[in-house]
Design a protein around this ligand. Structure first.
Ligand code: UDP
Ligand code: MG
Length: 344
């Protein structure tokens, strides 16, 4: 197994919860997470003494979720809060959690009580048996058809294209080794492809069935409108995992194909003109030939630009933080529980 789990002064385990307007669920959720993490067998999976942090990423909630969490922190020093300026989406919330957490093992869980925190123990047990990422598989998904059907299609397509034999790529419940979290650089709605990115970077990925519960409070934040952005994210993931470091291999192939086809067509039209004296100017196929050659030049230029960009590693800002509470990384000095700090 890889890296040792013990790093002095750091929590053993970071639990990350992305949340957007989930105030009603939060008290029960926190209670359930603390209960699940009090489990003796779970703690025995880690070297002594066990410690954890609970990172709540408030993704621009407007229902008072942040206020409720601030109060919770007064009583529970393990909780840390990051509040975004506005709603940046689940991917950004998870990224904030990944960047700010300090545990050697990381667990993510949804805030809406649909994921059962009791599943954390089996997830961790599986992780420690020799995996880098263990996802939950919502075997009996308790959601309406409008969610379960697109999700089935999404999982089948992703499984087919990637060759990764998971049933459920997009479960909120997942356990990670630190190395996986450090690798992830997500944007858009790419949290759905975390197992794909991990797998293609050589990490050992698996899943276990987990309990799924119906949504009790509030409503889903992901309606049918997510399908098309999801498709484009899929193309991006395919691209960045296979061609990010070599864009010319991708665009160069398109360029070559376009050029050969365009050149072939133009040659054909030219030969017919010269040999059989056929008029060339008004033939539709001539325009196709020209179009293909122009496209070939375009693809080549894009490939070249892509090659230049891969040398620029600067990152764009994915989110802006309004406030952090009890977050060690942002503190000048160690924070006492409940200490508020304005940030950035
Ligand atoms: N979420 C978030 N930002 C968003 C949308 C969702 O942080 O813009 C959180 C949400 O609060 C929940 C989790 O992501 O904790 C999953 O969202 P949801 O339950 O709406 O998705 P579903 O389970 O319906 O797919
Ligand atoms: Mg949900």
């Amino acid at each position: 197994m890889s890296a040792p789990l013990f790093v002095p002064g750091k929590p053993r385990l970071s639990v990350i919860v992305p949340l957007f307007n989930e105030r009603e669920s939060l008290p029960t959720l926190i209670e359930e997470i603390y209960e699940a993490l009090a489990d003796k067998e779970l703690r025995q999976l880690f070297p002594e003494p066990f410690s954890f942090e609970l990172l709540m990423i408030d993704d621009g909630s407007t229902d008072g979720s942040a206020g409720l969490l601030r109060d919770e922190i007064e009583r529970r020093p393990e909780i840390r809060l990051i509040s975004f300026q506005k709603n940046f989406g689940k991917t950004a919330a998870l990224m904030a959690g990944f960047r700010e957490c300090s545990g050697e093992v990381v667990v993510t869980i949804d805030a809406d009580l649909q994921d059962d925190p009791l599943a954390i123990k089996p997830l961790l047990a599986r992780l420690f048996s020799g995996y880098d990422l263990v996802g939950g598989w919502k075997k009996n998904r308790c959601d309406p058809f409008s969610k379960t059907v697109p999700s089935k299609i999404f999982n089948t397509v992703t499984r087919t294209f990637t060759g990764i034999s998971l049933h459920d790529f997009n479960c909120g419940l997942k356990a990670y080794r630190r190395e996986v979290v450090d690798l992830l650089d997500l944007h858009g709605e790419m949290h759905r492809y975390i197992p794909v990115l991990a797998h293609w970077n050589g990490f050992r990925v698996t899943e276990i069935p987990v309990q799924h519960r119906p949504r009790k409070f509030g409503e889903t934040k992901f309606g049918p409108g997510r399908i098309f952005p999801g498709l484009f994210d899929f193309l991006t993931v395919l691209f960045i995992t296979r061609y990010l470091r070599k864009p010319m291999h991708f665009f160069g192939m398109l360029s070559l194909a376009g050029f050969l086809a365009g050149f072939g067509i133009s040659l054909y039209v030219t030969v017919e003109k010269i040999v059989f004296d056929q008029a060339a100017g008004n033939r539709p196929i001539l325009f196709l030939g020209i179009l293909l050659i122009i496209l070939a030049v375009q693809f080549f230029s894009i490939g070249l630009l892509g090659e230049m960009l891969t040398r620029d590693t600067s990152r764009t800002q994915l989110y802006t933080i309004r406030e952090t509470v009890n977050l060690r990384k942002h503190a000048e000095a160690p924070l006492t529980p409940g200490h508020h700090q304005k940030d950035q």
